[in-house]
Design a protein around this ligand. Structure first.
Ligand SMILES: Nc1ncnc2c1ncn2[C@@H]1O[C@H](COP(=O)(O)OP(=O)(O)O)[C@@H](O)[C@H]1O
Ligand SMILES: [Mg+2]
Length: 317
């Protein structure tokens, strides 16, 4: 069997650069070197080399998060270079990166979402109106970011302006949501057109972390992640159904991981990650493991799904 030349892309210039570099290293270690020649690129510095090498590359693995990696820009470049890659295409990546656009598509698909509003720099309305409408606590987040960067939970009305300013440091648009007090779940799916739903994971940050913030996400031991989640069969089926429907509603393919909060036997969809964290202990690989794919097998499957889209000649969604 001839080895495939894989372009492994990690790094980039988003605020999740470090997370991406860590994931890229772990993916490099796990890729089967009997099957793949791995060529490594950091899009922050190596785009010229990637373009020059394109004719030799069989497939790319994009292990990047946030803008300029997970948002369709890199996917568009790879489409232009005729390089297949894992996961969502240009449209799905761009849509899923934007939590406001995603919400509108979830709502259209009948998926419950927390009540919300958005703000741009042009909006002058007093923050008291937001509190009147959505109540307290509130969750304030940049509309297109990840890893909880720029996010706050606001309990007192006077703290809302500072939380909004913090989110504006990351983005031109800020999303404000009602706080859902419940059990946090995440649901991975794997596949292109009819994706398989993986076991649901329950996420419990420790008492020092009010929510699943940056530290709780990346410092080992701060969060208890339980797979499968301790919910009954009916709720599991519902969470898996929501994860699959979110994947379809956002025009995704290959894989995705949808974050939800369970309250009173209903789940509220927060967001869908098109390039979920990719170390062996990250949530999606944990769920895949529970479904029988070890980390290397998960990577093989993602590569095969990406090649299949390309082989079938589908237009990039
Ligand atoms: N509406 C909400 N109610 C309660 N907790 C929330 C809400 N929105 C976000 N969170 C908390 O913040 C975390 C990050 O929010 P999320 O929307 O998933 O953005 P990110 O892209 O940063 O992961 C969630 O995992 C959850 O712990
Ligand atoms: Mg999330």
């Amino acid at each position: 069997m001839t080895k495939k030349n894989i372009a492994l892309l990690a790094g980039g210039r988003s605020s999740e650069r470090e997370v991406s570099l860590t994931g890229g290293e772990q993916v490099f270690q796990a890729l089967d070197k009997d099957k793949y020649n791995v060529l490594r690129y950091d899009p922050k510095t190596d785009l010229g080399r990637l373009v020059a090498d394109a004719p030799q590359i069989d497939v790319a693995l994009i292990i990047m998060h946030g803008p300029y990696g997970e948002d369709g820009t890199v996917q568009g470049l790879l489409d232009l270079l005729d390089i297949p890659y894992q996961g969502a295409g240009v449209l799905g990546s761009a849509v899923a990166m934007n939590k406001f656009i995603s919400k509108q598509l979830y709502e259209k698909a009948g998926l419950p979402v927390p009540a919300y509003c958005t703000l741009t720099h042009r909006d002058q309305s007093p923050t008291s109106e937001i509190v009147d409408r959505l109540g307290l606590p509130l969750v304030v987040k940049p509309v297109a970011c990840g890893s909880s960067i720029g996010m706050s939970i606001v309990h007192e009305p006077e703290k809302l302006p500072a939380a909004i300013a913090k989110a504006f440091e990351q983005d031109d648009t800020v999303l404000i949501e009602e706080y859902i007090d419940g059990v946090e779940l995440t649901g991975g799916v794997l596949g292109n057109d009819k994706p398989e739903a993986l076991p649901i994971i329950e996420i419990i940050p420790n008492d020092d972390h009010e929510f699943f913030d940056y530290e709780a996400k990346y410092i080992a031991g701060l969060t208890n992640e339980i797979c499968p989640a301790r919910i009954d069969g009916e709720l599991t089926a519902k969470a898996q159904d929501y994860a699959r429907r979110a994947h379809t509603a956002l025009a995704l393919r290959g894989y995705s991981r949808t974050d939800m909060i369970l309250k009173n036997r209903e789940m509220y969809v927060l967001e869908t990650n098109t390039i979920p964290g990719m170390t062996p202990t990250s949530l999606m690989p944990q769920a895949a493991k529970a479904a029988g794919y070890d980390f290397g097998q998960l990577l093989d499957r993602l590569i095969d799904l990406g090649l299949k889209v390309h082989h079938d000649g589908k237009r990039p969604a």
